[in-house]
Ligand binder design. Structure first.
Ligand code: ADP
Length: 759
């Protein structure tokens, strides 16, 4: 039964009890009349009894009324939640009503406490709602509740919302949101559930608007649950950004990048370069495998390589693989295939990167072809030079040789002058041929050099001696500073050639009675600078940069000074080929300074044996008759040599114009020296040499080769094949005789050695 029902019952019960009490109280005077009248008189007894009865009744009803009012007061207080006044403790109906009120108040207080506790729990729950807020709102869109930890983050509190309508609350903090929020609130109150992301300030919330229903299903309020997803969104955004970034890198790599699944080797990814190379859009490529696009043998090859990568779990580099493409025909790829392993180390994907090397390969092939072509051209050029030098030297040999012989004869003044002209022109031409050959060899990197430690003093003195006659002619003094035994790393002959050229220029372009000074200085840490300074006319600044250009005589061609314009170009090439440098300083009118810088070298422990031998042999005059066999097919050359030996009775000259005849004569006569031409009509000179060296009868006879073919390779080859020396045409008679003498001496000492050991 409800407390209300119980109260009403209590009152009914009390009224009935009061009526009973009233009857009892009203019956008292009647009892007095019936009892007292007969005994003490009627009137007094009646009055007294009446008064007493009335008074008693009045007193009684007053008490009842007071207590009823008290109960009324307590009932009001109960309704208003005020503390009850203390009721009088009487056991009648009114008292019981009071007691009932008191009990009802106690009950109410208990219920209220329970509700307050429940609400406190409820609030605590909502207040602790993490990372967001929960709100309830009524049909007037008034917030009845709002709390949660997310409120603090955006600088708000529940007071901002509770008790206020949506437009009051939001209007104060984010008026721009009111218009969009209202339909969502209303939709919830109409039973709809909506979830959406909504920004608030700089944060983003995931908000749910849902209806709150009573047990009967009626929507009694709306609820809003909002979760702050800003951090998650930002992380997602960042991940998306990173992903886009990586995607765009892969996409823009100019090589084909593809990924295949491990299970069935189907393509799961392709980049732009891949699409362009294969000629298919990626939509067509993804989900398919090699067999869908390439001929079977190609697909077999690709698949075999894929399996190798996945089984070996390591990168496989395929240097070249041809691939059939849709629109570009056959292309050649350089592909790297890499296994992509999962956390357990199992292959999850296969990554492939392919570079299209078709063009590069073509270019390389072209380059190779061009190189071969250049080498062929170089060889042809070498052959041409060799041939030219042969062709030019052979007639020059006659010109210079006979010119020199003529010069030895008794001639008239005019004749001698003519012979000198012939010799001068011939030598000039010879110099020119040699220089052009050298320059060409330097340019093609085919100049043979034998670097060794060369004594600077010796080299300088030798060239100074050579230049002395020319200097003396013009009254020019040549001074050489002693180089204190220093050595440089150089090819002896080539270094002398350079120094001679510079010194000759210092004399040629000097004034009468001038000076050429050769000095040196160290160039730390390990180089030596040799300076050749003259007192000549100098070189104008404006032509300095053309100084080392071949054939550029800088105007000297209009003077009487002889030259070819090749000396400095050749000198520069030679010095650089020996690892050095050459430079010039000059001022017009005040002389020039040429500096050659070379690497210093350690002095050899012994003096060169060549020098020693020359010294030893110088005193040993051989007066024996010597027989010399000259194997040569060119009549003019034969005549020349005959003439050379004509005035030397100690020499007996035998000649053969064919190789085989030469060999026979050599075996029969055992000459002291053989002069052998390379170009013979029957067998080549080098074959004659080989046979001479094989035959015990001729093995020890010194052989001097004579040929117009002056290539270094040729000389080297023949010396290695057993020739003792090599002379080039046109012959320098003086050098020819020196060589013959030296070879004869060597032959004699060699034979002495042999005979001694035989004894
Ligand atoms: P050339 O055979 O003409 O002497 P070089 O190559 O040796 O050829 O020199 C080139 C030119 O440089 C010469 O023709 C000359 O004009 C100039 N030259 C070279 N050395 C000197 C020098 N010491 N003094 C002045 N001019 C020089």
């Amino acid at each position: 039964m409800s407390p209300k029902g119980a109260g009403r019952l209590g009152l009914v019960w009390a009224n009935r009890s009061l009526r009973t009490k009233g009857v009892i109280v009203a019956a008292i005077p009647l009892v007095v009349v019936v009892v007292v009248l007969p005994v003490a008189g009627v009137t007094i007894g009646l009055i007294t009894a009446f008064l007493a009865g009335t008074s008693a009744m009045l007193l009684f009803t007053n008490g009842i009324a007071r207590r009823v009012r008290l109960n009324e007061e307590n009932a009001r207080r109960l309704a208003e939640g005020l503390p009850l006044l203390l009721p009088e403790p009487m056991g009648d109906e009114v008292g019981r009503v009071g007691l009932a009120l008191e009990r009802a108040a106690g009950l109410l207080a208990e219920r209220q406490a329970a509700i307050a506790e429940s609400e406190a729990r409820y609030r605590a729950f909502i207040r602790n709602f993490p990372n967001g807020a929960v709100a309830l709102f009524d049909h007037e869109l008034r917030f009845t509740l709002m709390d949660g930890q997310g409120l603090d983050v955006i600088g708000l509190s529940k007071e901002t919302f509770e008790g206020k309508t949506l437009s009051e609350a939001l209007g104060a903090i984010a008026p721009e949101n009111v218009r969009t929020a209202e339909p969502l609130f209303r939709a919830a109150l109409q039973g709809e559930s909506i979830t959406m992301e909504r920004p608030f300030g700089d944060r983003i919330f995931l908000v749910q608007y849902v209806p709150v229903r009573s047990e009967s299903g009626e929507v009694i309020a709306g609820m809003l649950v909002s979760v702050d997803i800003t951090d998650r969104k930002r992380a997602e955004e960042e991940a998306r950004h990173t992903q886009t970034f990586l995607d765009s890198i892969v996409e823009n790599i100019p090589n084909m990048v593809f990924v295949k699944s491990v299970e069935d080797l189907r393509f799961v990814r392709f980049n732009k370069a891949g699409e362009e190379l294969l000629g298919y859009p990626r939509a067509e490529l993804i989900g398919r495998n090699d067999y869908d696009f390439f001929p079977k043998d190609e697909a077999d090859f690709f698949t075999a390589k894929d399996r190798q990568v996945l089984e070996g779990r390591q990168l496989v580099d395929i240097a070249q693989e041809p691939i059939e493409t849709k629109s570009k025909g056959t292309r050649v790829l350089h592909t790297k295939k890499i296994p992509i392993l999962d956390e357990e180390g199992q292959p999850a994907y296969l990554l492939g990167i392919s570079e299209d090397i078709t063009e590069r390969q073509l270019a390389e092939q072209q380059l190779r072809r061009a190189k071969d072509e250049a080498e062929r051209a170089n060889r042809a050029k070498d052959e041409f030079l060799s041939r030219m030098s042969h062709e030019l030297r052979t007639p020059l040999n006659a010109v210079l040789g006979f010119g020199q012989l003529l010069d030895m004869d008794d001639l008239t003044e005019g004749q001698r002058d003519s012979v000198q002209q012939i010799l001068g022109g011939g030598r000039h031409l010879l110099g020119l041929i040699d220089e052009v050959l050298d320059i060409t060899r330097i340019a093609t990197g085919r100049l043979p050099l034998s670097p060794e430690a060369v004594s600077v003093t010796e080299a300088l003195n030798e060239v100074a001696d050579l230049i002395q006659p020319l200097a003396a002619e013009r009254g020019i003094q040549v001074r050489v500073e002693d180089a204190n035994g220093l050595h440089v790393l150089a090819d002896r002959q080539r270094l002398k050639q350079v120094l001679l050229n510079l010194l000759a220029n210092g004399v040629k372009y000097n004034r009468e009675g001038g000076e050429v000074a050769i000095t040196w200085e160290r160039s730390p840490p390990d180089r030596l600078r040799i300076r050749i300074a003259d007192t000549g006319r100098g070189i104008p600044k404006e032509v300095m940069e053309r100084l080392f250009a071949p054939f550029d005589r800088l105007g000297a061609e209009t003077t009487t000074v002889e030259g070819t314009g090749l000396g400095l170009a050749l000198s520069k090439g030679l010095v650089e080929a020996m690892g050095g440098s050459i430079e010039a300083e000059s001022e017009a009118g005040s002389g020039s300074v040429f500096t050659v810088e070379l690497q210093l070298a350690e002095a050899p422990l012994q003096r060169y044996r060549r020098d020693g031998e020359a010294g030893d042999d110088a005193g040993g005059d051989e007066v024996l008759t010597r027989s010399i066999l000259y194997i040569e097919d060119n009549l003019s050359n034969l005549k020349l040599i005959e003439r050379v030996f004509a005035g030397r009775p100690q020499f007996r000259l035998l000649s053969a114009m064919q190789g085989r005849l030469g060999l026979e004569l050599a075996r029969e006569n055992g000459p002291d020296l053989i002069l052998l031409d390379l170009h013979l009509p029957d067998i080549p000179g080098d074959e004659v040499l080989r046979q001479l060296r094989q035959d015990p009868a001729t093995r020890r006879i010194p052989v001097v080769m004579i040929s117009a073919d002056a290539t270094h390779g040729q000389v080297k080859r023949l010396l290695a094949a057993g020739a003792d020396d090599y002379l080039t045409k046109p012959l320098d008679v003086k050098r020819f005789l020196e060589t013959v003498d030296a070879a004869l001496r060597r032959g004699v000492s060699g034979r002495r050695k042999v005979s001694r050991s035989a004894r």
